[in-house]
Write a protein that binds this ligand. Sequence first.
Ligand code: COI
Length: 357
Amino acid sequence: MSSTNTITTQLTLTPKQKPTAEQRGFGKYFTDHMFMMDYTLGQGWHNARIIPYQPISLDPSAMIFHYGQSVFEGMKAYKTADGDIQLFRPERNFKRLNASNERLCIPTIDEQFALEALKQLLAIDREWVPSEPGASLYIRPYIFASEPFLGVAPAKNYHFIIIMSPVGAYYSEGINPVKIVVEKQYVRAVVGGTGEAKTGGNYASGLKAQELASEEGYSQILWLDGKENRYIEEVGSMNIFFKINGKVITPALNGSILPGITRDSMLHLLKSNNFDVEERRITIDEIVQAFEEGTLEEAFGTGTAAVISPIGQLKWQDMKLTVNDGQIGEVTKMLYDTLTGIQNGTVEDKFDWIVKL
Ligand code: COI
């Protein structure tokens, strides 16, 4: 780790055509430049550079391909009506990246330096930040083992890269409610595993259940805990919240759940709006009971990519639990409007979450 690194810049000679709003989708187009930095044992992080977006070359024995030593983050930049570019709680992403690094035995980065590098990259590619409502520039910082070696051990070489992609909604449903299956056969994580780290393997291991759910017409999986298969953990790429009888409940962070930055922001917004909020263990039986008693008022997922995704139906075994008649709930809508308003600069940032470029 070193904060004495300077960043060299090489600009592209062939800027790309930007996608239209219709073409954008999620994560399909990338800006003209990327940030890259290398780590060598004994030398630390070095060679920080902004270069034209390009393929990278790796030895076929690079350890990332074999043992999955990699971590990533997801964050977004927004353009305000005045044309300012702003980030949402970016320091929390770099902090979490380092927490993931620690768990995966990857050398930590200098968080302030990483933010400075991101700001420089954004300044260069600022024309790529979309301004329409619901659109943003998705930012993907990631680190992976590049050492050519087949032994199982922490690697001695890594790359840290930041790429950026102009995006619209993550789910094709947008802010319309999604249908979710509560998974019974497969699990995502166990306490003591890597569930609370943002590492690719957590997502790879979820693909099978996701594939089966898609075949049945469901957008996502709701994971239960890996030990007793009854406590609710998180949705495929989001944390989850329920509103039951006026109270908003989300599973407490227990070591196997991803500590979402959007989750944390929702908790702040709910508390500042005087909602009764609980972070605790919650079983699928409690959700079924609330549904049967008519007190399951709202359910929604939260994450950087999706922002907030209302859940219109939960399938658990043979039961289909329809939430709020399959419509977006009042609290879900309030949270979506407030959070996206803060992010886009139309709602006051009382929490000091915004970092301007
Ligand atoms: C995000 O919400 O930014 C994530 O990293 C989830 C990702 C799998 C799309």
